[in-house]
Design a protein around this ligand. Structure first.
Ligand code: NAD
Length: 463
């Protein structure tokens, strides 16, 4: 799906106008389709000296059969040989080669002087990254650095990828993945997501991977055998989440308010799932969710997607609107989690995924209630993650401007600004949020806990 302005920029006259007036020129982003390989195109690997993640990266590239290249780097060659990765030589003077992804292991950078490794590697190849390309820099989590100097240098990587995300254009995304000590074997699900078109609208993000059990999974059906429940599933983003989780192998219980029953039944039948008409603010919501999932072998994944806006400036806001938004968007999810966790309502290796918003990060005029609720969701993730047991994880997405009924109702000028003020110069699609949720929910995402990842095309709001 492309918007009207985007369609115009693709036409001959549109190309002429865009070029001469210096207007934004959104590219059509690659998106994932079932049966596709993880990545279509070549991957260039690089690494700072003495980096510790190189063999883990090579292992993933080997697993996904990536057409992999590296310059004259003995450490990468050795790592590739160890894991059986067929690595092809790249001569940095070769300006003809094009890369769909560039993966750089920066974990060996020990101090700020060594940050020139980024410059030396990336400067010659910047123009050789294809449209919808991927730049992924992996580093050592600053918190687990051995020295202050190392922590500072590793923290500096964030500035690099955030600038790359803004500078490279053509739908190219850039992320930094911080890997905790001992967590190198937990990077596969994250690298697969970031390399693939599933992460089309995720850019400028900082992702943290922690050490956890490594599980064997069928990567083509990463949710096979799992039962998921999605709240607010009758339309919009929730509907897309239900579709993607079902595509990835889960049985999905679609929940929405009873007034939405017709659409809810439609979505459930489209994906071979089941429907649960329920208001999440009901006192017994947790109990009813547990009972519905019990028929499917218990709950593995819960996605707290249902949410509402009731925008008014604080001076004009009635207390009912304040209470309603916070109750639905935050307190209901808290109560359901509390019930499920206290009553064996979530299976071992369960996944809790919440939906926040960039409003909860940046704040927004007329949205004090909504921003409080969505910032609270970030708090819910941060403070619940460390206390979870049995391999259960909790993470959140924070969508930016996503093309839904909610954003279609925004007045034209504000809508156009929201749509263009990001590195992709376009709004995201519900499926972009859904793909990110499916990565969090994946059986293989054992080391992803406590992350908040924006699906906002690197929106300028709250950046
Ligand atoms: P939507 O209004 O299209 O869908 C929300 C769904 O939640 C509806 O089907 C609604 O019936 C359901 N719901 C509301 N209250 C409920 C309750 N008490 N119990 C059960 N279900 C309830 O909205 P959307 O755009 O698809 O948004 C989905 C989520 O994404 C929300 O949490 C929203 O805040 C968040 N979000 C959306 C955007 C965007 O651009 N659309 C941006 C950031 C965050």
């Amino acid at each position: 799906m492309i918007d009207q302005y985007q369609a115009f920029t693709q036409s001959p006259i549109g190309k002429f106008v865009v070029k001469n007036l210096g207007l934004p020129s959104p590219v059509v982003l690659d998106r994932f389709e079932s049966g596709q390989p993880v990545i279509k195109g070549a991957v260039l690997m690089g690494a700072a000296p003495s980096s510790s993640l190189t063999s883990g990266i090579a292992q993933v590239l080997s697993n996904i059969h990536a057409d992999s290249y590296a310059g004259n780097n003995a450490e990468i060659q050795q790592a590739a040989a160890q894991v059986g990765l067929n690595l092809r030589a790249f001569n940095s003077g070769d300006k003809e080669s094009k890369f769909k992804a560039v993966v750089f292991d920066a974990s060996g950078i020990q101090n700020s002087e060594q940050l020139d490794e980024l410059y030396k590697f990336f400067n010659p190849i910047v123009r050789q990254i294809e449209s919808s390309g991927r730049v992924i820099v992996l580093g050592t989590s600053p918190e687990s650095a051995k020295t202050v100097k190392q922590a500072i240098a590793q923290r500096a990587l964030e500035g690099f990828i955030k600038s790359v995300g803004k500078e490279f254009k053509k739908g190219i995304t850039a992320q930094v993945v911080y890997v905790d000590e001992g967590a190198v074997n937990n990077i596969e699900s994250t690298l697969r997501f970031l390399l693939s078109p599933r992460s089309a609208y995720v850019s400028g993000q900082v992702i943290r991977v922690s050490k956890a059990e490594v599980v064997q999974v069928d990567w083509d059906k990463p949710l096979a055998g799992k039962t998921a429940l999605v709240t607010g599933a009758s339309r919009g983003i929730g509907e897309a989440i239900a579709h993607v989780l079902a595509r990835d192998g889960a049985h999905v219980i679609c929940l929405d308010v009873p007034q939405q029953q017709v659409d809810l039944d439609r979505v459930a039948s489209e994906i071979g799932g089941s429907a649960l008409g329920l208001d999440i603010t009901a006192a017994d919501a947790g109990e009813k969710i547990k009972a519905a999932a019990a028929k499917q072998g218990g709950l593995d994944i819960i996605v707290h997607n249902a949410g509402i806006t009731r925008d008014k400036t604080l001076a004009n806001m009635k207390s009912e609107l304040w209470d309603l938004v916070i109750n639905i968007n935050l307190s209901a999810a808290e109560r359901i989690n509390d019930y499920l966790l206290a009553n064996d309502g979530l299976n071992t290796n369960g996944r809790i995924v919440c939906v926040s918003s960039i409003s909860g990060i940046a704040g927004n005029l007329g949205q004090t209630n909504y921003a409080v609720s969505k910032a609270g969701v970030i708090g819910l993730v941060k403070f619940t993650a460390p206390i979870l047991k049995n391999g259960i994880t909790i993470n959140a997405v924070a969508p930016g401007f996503i093309e839904t009924q909610m954003t279609a109702a925004i007045p034209f000028a504000i809508r156009e600004a929201g749509r263009r003020m990001n590195s992709m110069n376009q709004g995201g699609l519900p499926v972009d949020v859904a793909e990110t949720i499916s990565w969090f929910a994946a059986t293989g995402s054992t080391g992803i806990n406590g992350n908040v990842v924006r699906v906002c095309g690197q929106s300028l709001l709250g950046a």
